[in-house]
Write a protein that binds this ligand. Structure first.
Ligand code: 3PG
Ligand code: MG
Length: 396
């Protein structure tokens, strides 16, 4: 398993009194000063409490938003401290600026959030001087933020050049799950790739056709593939300039023995609004003024049958415009099938990236998948087969 290629917290000796520099992802969605989804806060708990229980001084390093190297009060991490303390169930401090004196003054077992790492101009440049300076405050480094590991920054990668580096518990779980799904999976493997645009997922699609047995394409991007096959998609969202690329991907899939599943019936409407009049039609019957907004029920049934013969599933992106009823039907139905197969022990299911968690939460099944990643961009880059700087730094 991939994570065994890294040192983990199991490899730490006596750390009482030592300062642990722990990269976590506190880039949580906020509205009116409140955290609206605390999934990423929960991901901090295992590592922070374990290190604290062992008597380390736990310094949580994280970013919030994209302040671009200067102090901007609206990007302060201070408002995240109280919600994090609540999730941790422990007193949690806040440190504006780390210093040797301030850290010496901390009690063993303290947990402290350090202010937004991206206020420092060196962070996103992975500036070696900044890395050396921050590293001087700690005895060891832990990366527990897979979701930021596609960034080569001081706190995600540079610190590993100066300190013994370990994968945290959430990182470990994430790498294990992704390895099982894409590294050395049980076949047949299916990938669901959905979402609005082909252009944002070209590299994902190209990588998937070489790795999976069944590629299920849904969402707006399916329209581009349908158009590439000569289907008139009417007013549907469609990147007509990418039909050539779509055909290349279909050709590569053929060559790799990957079966691509495109919808053959679809739900259409003439306006994109909640609960408009809709029709369910064969893809060849979309009228000029209509838009495809969801995969149709006959295709969903066929896709359910595909999942039933598979052992592994990687899911990224919704099948239809799931946030606007009734165009959530295909996403919900397929997600429920995947969840049920997972619960029966038939399927290992891993989902992640952007809208995916929201879509599975909407279907009420996120908890029934084998693993749901909190990562957006990092999950996509992993699917693309790219090396992630934050993960590579741990391998050294
Ligand atoms: C995320 O929210 O996807 C991660 O925290 C990374 O943030 P970034 O895209 O600003 O690097
Ligand atoms: Mg992002």
């Amino acid at each position: 398993m991939a994570s065994k290629a890294f040192r983990t917290l199991d490899d730490l000796g006596d750390i009482a009194g030592q300062a642990a520099l722990v990269r976590v992802d506190l880039n949580v969605p906020m509205a009116d000063g409140r955290v609206t989804d605390d999934t990423r806060l929960k991901a901090v708990v295992a590592t922070a409490t374990e290190l604290s229980d062992k008597g380390a001084k736990v310094l949580l390093l994280a970013h919030f938003g994209r302040p671009k190297g200067e102090y901007k009060p609206e990007f302060s991490l201070e408002p995240v401290v109280a919600p994090l303390a609540e999730v941790l169930g422990r007193e949690t401090g806040f440190m504006q600026r780390p210093s040797t004196d301030a850290i010496a003054g901390l009690a063993n077992g303290s947990i402290v959030v350090v202010e937004n790492s991206r206020f420092a101009p060196g962070e996103e440049k992975n500036d070696p001087d900044m890395a050396r300076m921050i590293a001087s405050f700690g005895d060891f480094y832990v990366n527990d933020a897979f979701s930021v590991s596609h960034r080569a920054h001081v706190t995600t990668a540079g610190l590993a050049d100066h300190l013994p580096a370990y994968a945290g518990r959430s990182m470990e779980r994430e790498l294990d799950a992704l390895e099982k799904a894409l590294g050395d999976p049980e076949h047949p493997v299916a990938a669901v790739v959905g979402g609005a645009k082909v252009s944002t997922k070209l590299d994902v699609l190209k990588a998937m056709v070489t790795k999976v047995d069944h590629l299920i394409i849904g969402g707006g991007m399916a329209n581009t593939f349908l158009a590439a096959r000569g289907v008139n998609v009417g007013k549907s969202l469609c990147e007509h300039d990418l039909t050539g690329t779509a055909n290349e991907i279909l050709g590569a899939a053929d060559a790799a023995d990957c079966t691509v599943h495109l919808p053959y019936d679809v739900v259409v409407a003439t306006e994109f609004a909640p609960n408009p009049p809709t029709r369910t039609v064969n893809v060849h019957e979309v009228a000029e003024e209509e838009m495809i907004l969801d995969v149709g029920p006959a295709a969903v049934e066929a896709l359910n049958d595909v999942l039933k013969i598979c052992r592994t599933l990687v899911w990224n992106g919704p099948m239809g415009a799931f946030e606007t009823p009734p165009f959530d039907m295909a996403t919900v139905a397929l997600a429920r099938t995947a969840a049920a197969l997972t619960q029966e022990g038939q399927l290992l299911s891993v989902a992640g990236g952007g809208d995916t968690v929201a879509a599975l939460n909407h279907a009420g099944v996120a908890g029934d998948f084998s693993f749901v990643s909190t990562a957006g961009g990092a999950f996509l880059e992993w699917m693309e087969g790219k090396a992630l700087p934050g993960v590579e730094a741990l391998r050294k």
